[in-house]
Design a binder for this molecule. Structure first.
Ligand code: PSU
Ligand code: MN
Length: 300
């Protein structure tokens, strides 16, 4: 595994480090906005006092702390494999390029010694999962790998209620940031309650610290509502999501191709508005993630 000098040094000196995934770059947003977003996220993390570590796999080697050139390559290169936990051994052995999802990024972040990871949204229990069994590997990963994830909540392309049930079964605390309600990615709220409403980054750092002190393996899921000015009207976005899911089913798209299809279809159906929201909520999460990581280095 190749860890950049900057990230290695930061970990050694107990400086705050925040991991970032590469599937959001290669499969979550169109080029060149994906690269712009990834670089802006890194900048936001630095401005808030932490070191970013974007993670991906180049010719079978995990990279923790990509260079801007590598990020650019992940943004435009065709045929990069979307990797969750199950894909890793094949991508390593066959020396492939791999974009890491939440689950694979968590695994590599933990191995590098990074506690916090910022993204937009996590995978979850898909609608219709009672028949299809389509449950993202992200959820099991949160239950066993010691990395905490800062996101904007599960989006309504999923079954949010079942996603929460699954996380409860797996013992993953779902924390709202200044919110009693679970945010739903494009919208600031949903009908579901979070387990605990944290009022500041220190409170979240303390929860993570307790989890580590008592060896309660796994991460916590911090759900940070999208800023008001970028949130989308619930009925509007849900109608677009319904349409995207209908088209996905008509086309017979299944498995790991569903999430990338839905994300790009929703961008198309909203004339790019959902992309603007997506980028801004990631930036908002980057700021929070850096602040939590900073508090954690002070108390751990
Ligand atoms: N949600 C987003 N953007 C993304 C993803 C989820 O808003 O890019 C990506 C993440 O990498 C996540 C993955 O881990 O999709 C989940 O894929 P699946 O549903 O196939 O588990
Ligand atoms: Mn799936």
């Amino acid at each position: 595994m190749k860890i950049s000098e900057e990230v290695k040094e930061a970990i050694r000196l107990n400086k705050p480090v925040v991991a970032l995934e590469s599937t959001i770059i290669s499969h979550g947003m169109p080029y060149p906005r994906n690269v712009e977003c990834a670089l802006l996220v890194e900048k936001t993390i630095r401005e808030n006092g932490a070191i970013p570590a974007t993670i991906g796999i180049i010719e079978g080697e995990p990279i923790v702390g990509m260079s801007p050139e590598e990020i650019e390559e992940f943004g435009k290169r065709k045929g990069i494999a979307k990797c969750s936990r199950r894909d890793l051994p094949i991508v390593f052995a066959k020396k492939m390029w791999g974009a890491t999802t939440v689950s694979a990024t968590m695994i590599l972040a933990e191995k590098a010694g990074i506690e916090f990871f910022v993204t937009g949204g996590i995978g979850g229990v898909h609608r219709g999962a009672t028949q299809t069994f389509d449950i993202s590997a992200d959820l099991d990963e949160l239950s066993k790998t010691n990395v905490s994830v800062i996101c904007a909540g599960p989006k309504a392309i999923l079954d949010i209620g079942l996603t929460l049930e699954y996380l409860e079964t797996k013992g993953v605390p779902v924390i709202g940031y200044n919110s009693d309600k679970l945010p739903a990615f494009y919208t600031r709220t949903s009908e579901f309650n979070v387990l605990f409403n944290a009022k500041n980054p220190l409170e979240i750092a303390q929860i993570v610290k307790s989890k580590r002190e008592y060896d309660l393996e796994g991460g916590i899921l911090v759900c940070n509502p999208v800023p008001e000015e970028f949130s989308l009207p619930e009925e509007y976005i849900n109608s677009k999501i319904d349409q995207a899911i209908k088209e996905m089913n008509e086309k017979g798209i299944i498995g790991k191709d569903q999430t990338p299809f839905l994300l790009s279809k929703i961008v198309e159906l909203t004339d790019g508005e959902s992309l603007n929201t997506n980028i801004n909520l990631v930036l908002n999460n980057a700021k929070l993630g850096a602040l939590i990581a900073k508090e954690y280095t002070k108390i751990k």
